[in-house]
Design a protein around this ligand. Structure first.
Ligand SMILES: [Zn+2]
Length: 107
């Protein structure tokens, strides 16, 4: 379940079935790790399959912020949190998360 821009979305048994080789970077925050953020490299786009609450199967490509969010949430289903994926640094989130942008390169 995600809540983005006032829209609640439900994904039952989501599965990422394809990922880009190209990656990007973003400092991710998570309720599971409190004030700690982790800079994480992830594929730029994904193709995800899931079922909706009516039992209909969907398959769609996502990029940008949604690709990142769904990868983050799919990790949770496998017991992985942002800190497990930190590629550069784990730090206290003293920055404004609303100003954080997806980057093509490491710092
Ligand atoms: Zn999370």
């Amino acid at each position: 379940m995600t809540f983005v821009d006032d829209n609640l979305s439900i994904f039952i048994n989501p599965k990422i079935v394809e990922k880009s080789e190209e990656t990007n970077f973003y400092k991710e925050l998570c309720l599971s790790s409190g004030m700690m953020s982790a800079d994480i490299e992830r594929p730029k786009w994904i193709v995800m399959e899931w079922m909706d609450e009516e039992g209909v199967t969907h398959k769609e490509k996502f990029d940008g912020f949604l690709a990142r969010l769904y990868q983050h949430e799919e990790d949770h289903l496998k017991g992985i949190i942002n800190l497990d994926r930190a590629c550069n640094s784990i730090e206290f989130a003293l920055f404004d998360p609303l100003k954080e942008k997806i980057r093509d390169t490491r710092y």
